[in-house]
Design a protein around this ligand. Structure first.
Ligand SMILES: CC(C)(COP(=O)(O)OP(=O)(O)OC[C@H]1O[C@@H](n2cnc3c(N)ncnc32)[C@H](O)[C@@H]1OP(=O)(O)O)[C@@H](O)C(=O)NCCC(=O)NCCS
Length: 189
């Protein structure tokens, strides 16, 4: 296999070098470590703003299946994926999943997660820029993102990249004994 496609390189606010690139099959261990850190965060931090999923630890077999399917969906144009890598470690994952019907192929659903120790360093913003540029290049016209209505960082990050609030789903998430609304933002490309 050739080298994965690189979308960009930049220096984060803490002076570390960040590479934005496509995933490859060699990322299995890195992605497994990344996702299981998120699972631990969600379990241990009652105030974690992570959205749905990340409920229990993944083993190598599950992650390997997930990665194989992701790479196949990237190849057939159903998903755009940008990973952020710092010193060989995967610290962020961003995806845009294309609508699956002929009538919704122009629309994408975005999801973005940075690991806890690398948030607030400008990485999310650069990943968003790369994802949106790539989405425009492959012909997407609109994109939306959904997250917890309590997630102030996400609200700021998406607002600054041109997203507008389009709605909420009341009580979408039940967590720690409470219902939390989700918030949906969207933008044209
Ligand atoms: C939301 C998230 C993706 C943002 O990525 P990030 O790398 O932390 O954000 P950045 O450092 O690129 O900041 C982007 C903008 O958002 C704002 N922002 C980010 N974190 C902030 C915080 N904790 N408080 C206030 N503003 C914040 C900044 O103002 C920044 O704008 P600037 O570049 O003009 O200063 C990331 O924090 C994250 O993964 N959080 C947990 C998971 C999640 O919430 N995912 C989103 C739901 S899909």
């Amino acid at each position: 296999m050739g080298k994965p496609r690189v979308f960009g390189r930049f220096i984060a606010h803490n002076r570390t070098r960040v590479v934005l690139r496509e995933p490859e099959s060699e990322d299995l261990e890195g992605l497994l470590a990344f996702v299981n850190e998120l699972v631990t965060e969600k379990k241990e931090d009652k105030n974690s703003q992570l959205f749905t999923g990340f409920e229990s630890r993944f083993d190598r077999r599950q992650e390997s299946k997930w990665l194989r399917e992701l790479l196949a969906r990237i190849r057939d144009g159903g998903v755009l994926c940008v990973l952020a890598e710092v010193d060989g470690e995967i610290v962020g994952n961003g995806e845009i999943v294309r609508g699956e019907y002929a009538e919704t192929r122009h629309h994408g659903r975005l999801a973005l997660t940075i690991d806890e120790t690398h948030r607030g360093l400008g990485i999310g913003r650069e990943m968003l820029k790369a994802l949106l540029t790539e989405a425009g290049r492959v012909g997407l016209k609109t994109v939306h993102v959904e997250f917890l209505s309590t997630n102030k960082s996400a609200l700021r990050a998406y607002r600054k990249t041109g997203f507008k609030k389009v709605g909420t789903i009341p009580k979408k998430v039940y967590r720690n004994g409470t219902f939390v609304d989700s918030l949906i933002m969207a933008r044209d490309l």
